[in-house]
Ligand binder design. Structure first.
Ligand code: SF4
Length: 329
């Protein structure tokens, strides 16, 4: 069996809520509340869910852009969650991030050449001549030209800036890239160009990718396996085909029922989600989806379902699916 490149166990990210005159901690926002997942070499794992479900926080916590509250993040034989800061800094060469807003993540005072050079210099990669050769190659690989290296971020369109963000992540030849909603700030016409670029690069560089998005059709385009998140937890993980053909968790079914299908024969029953995503500062008891779930029973309100394998590597966190009372669609 292949060893995962990344293995996350029981990851939590709880942000304290401060209140009162003395700014005492009065509670916690449980943005990520016990995530377990694995990412295998060369695969693209999609993380999908509504805005506010904790998917971006999960990505940032894995990379320790936010310090985890608890849990383990095993990468290349090391637990990143416990790594001293200096070792973590060195490790960043192998773990890169592509951000949602490329403009905010690119220093406006630096040229593209300086931005890309900086990444190589920080990690002490190559001689000055080798660095120049590397960045000239990478800028063309992402679909821009060498002349663009002397320009500043504001000289580029949104799609071009995201290409620069991708070049910056790729230039250090990382083992894992976490892409956080990389196309959601772009025009729809540009989105597919950037997605196709990521798809090509994935093959060319044999990239391992964690792709975070609120959009199931975007995730479908690129990912091998998909994890569905709800209120800080994963409720279902499966390979793409299984998830789209046999979604099991009622939340996954509701999300999928809103995605248009190519062949009308495949038309799914529309499941409308009622109510808003509850606050992660005060999550519902038991299965946190129960106030919005059309199938909820008494046990759902009192007992937290585990994330269990229901066959063929499809993991689902639902009492009724696990007991066979609710069959996959
Ligand atoms: Fe719905 Fe109960 Fe399953 Fe939660 S455990 S998804 S409330 S049926």
């Amino acid at each position: 069996m292949t060893t995962p490149l990344l293995e996350v166990k029981g990851l939590q990210q709880h942000f304290p809520i401060k209140g009162g005159f003395l700014k005492k901690t009065t509670g916690y926002v449980k943005a990520v509340d016990g995530i377990d997942l694995q990412v295998f070499p060369g695969e693209t794992l999609g993380i999908v869910g509504e805005s506010g479900c904790g998917k971006s926080t999960t990505g940032r916590t894995i990379l320790r852009l936010l310090e985890p509250t608890s849990g383990e993040v095993w990468f290349d034989g090391k637990d990143l969650a416990k790594l001293p800061k200096e070792d973590m800094r060195r490790m960043r060469k192998d773990l890169q991030m592509i951000f949602q807003d490329p403009y905010a993540s690119l220093n406006p005072r630096m040229t593209i050449k300086q931005i890309l050079m900086e990444s190589l210099m920080v990690h002490n990669i190559g001689t000055p001549a080798e660095r120049l050769k590397t960045i000239e190659e990478i800028i063309e690989i992402v679909g821009l030209r060498k002349e663009h290296l002397n320009r500043h971020p504001h000289d580029f369109s949104g799609g071009q800036r995201q290409r620069i963000g991708i070049a910056r992540a790729l230039v250090v030849k990382p083992k894992l890239i976490i892409a956080d909603e990389p196309v959601s700030a772009l025009d729809v016409s540009i989105q597919s160009q950037v997605l196709n670029l990521l798809k090509d690069l994935r093959k060319e560089f044999n990239l391992t990718l964690m792709f975070i998005s609120h959009d199931l059709s975007v995730v479908k385009h690129l990912c091998d396996r998909i994890a569905v998140m709800y209120l800080g937890r994963i409720v279902e993980i499966a390979d793409k085909r299984t998830l789209f053909e046999n979604p099991s968790h009622p939340y996954t079914r509701a999300l999928l029922s809103a995605v248009p299908v190519a062949k009308p024969r495949q038309k799914r029953e529309r499941i409308l989600l009622t109510g808003d995503l509850p606050s992660p500062a005060n999550p519902p008891s038991g299965c946190t989806f129960h106030p919005r779930c059309p199938y909820a029973t008494d046990i759902c309100k009192s007992k937290v379902p585990s994330l269990s394998d229901i066959g063929a590597g499809q993991l689902v966190s639902c009492h009724l699916v696990q007991s066979g009372e609710l069959l996959s669609k």
